[in-house]
Ligand binder design. Sequence first.
Ligand SMILES: [Zn+2]
Length: 294
Amino acid sequence: MVHARVPAATVPPAFALSVDVEEYFHAWALSPVIKRADWSAWPSRVEAQTERTLELLAAAGVKATFFVLGWVAERQPALVRKLVVAGHELASHGYHHDKVADLTPAEFFEDVRRTRLLLEDQSGVAVLGYRAPSFSIDQRCWWAFDCLAAAGYRYSSSLHPIRHDHYGMPDGPVSPFQPTRSDFLELPVATIELLGQRVSCAGGGHFRMLPYAWSTWCLNRLAGHAGRRAIFYFHPWELDPGQPRVPGLPWRSRLRHYTRLEAMAGKLERLLQAYRWQRIDQLFELRPATRAAA
Ligand SMILES: [Zn+2]
């Protein structure tokens, strides 16, 4: 019998995998052209895209955290249940994909409360986690963390602490922290410091558009830092080169949304094999909050 030199059980997985489940037309790059009133007029592709995601994860034996948009969950209840039955963590991406700073605290609270209750009703499991659309929690809307805790969430993974023209908090915390006085955590997605700059290695468009070797170089560097448990993410629509091409987009939006969609599945397959991945709640050992606050 051949034994591995280091038993797998003694090597703790370093990374959590997360998936933001939304339609291609919810993506921020398309929002200048496709308004909320038009969403229902565009063909839905999220079910097939998420099924493809589930197949890739199942083939690699990986369990992940799925942040599902409430608008999608309401229209795809079977998909929500399927994620849970497959052993993945069900979490919330809010209901309407508004940037947090565009809402009042009362509007934000209602958006996230409604989504948590919907997902829990559909699935029968506790929903602990939340991710803001476009990583849109920053200094202007720090109150969002109080709203999330009050709405019964246990954690958020909504900070992408890099410099970016659309989102980000370049001087924000890079490690998990408690933003409110309650039992609540913010878990920023993965970044590294390189030549004095913060660089994302969190996935999404960075992973899709840049060379695979660059992403793994960054992740390997991150893995070398003791105690840095990284969160990676992508969207099911990034696996769908056949999605409709939306006319009238600014060139930068076209570039960001459509570049290398055809390469994403293959890159993701390699990445799933290259590291050990797990759900966010498992990597950070999170349990449901007491329901007294819900
Ligand atoms: Zn989103």
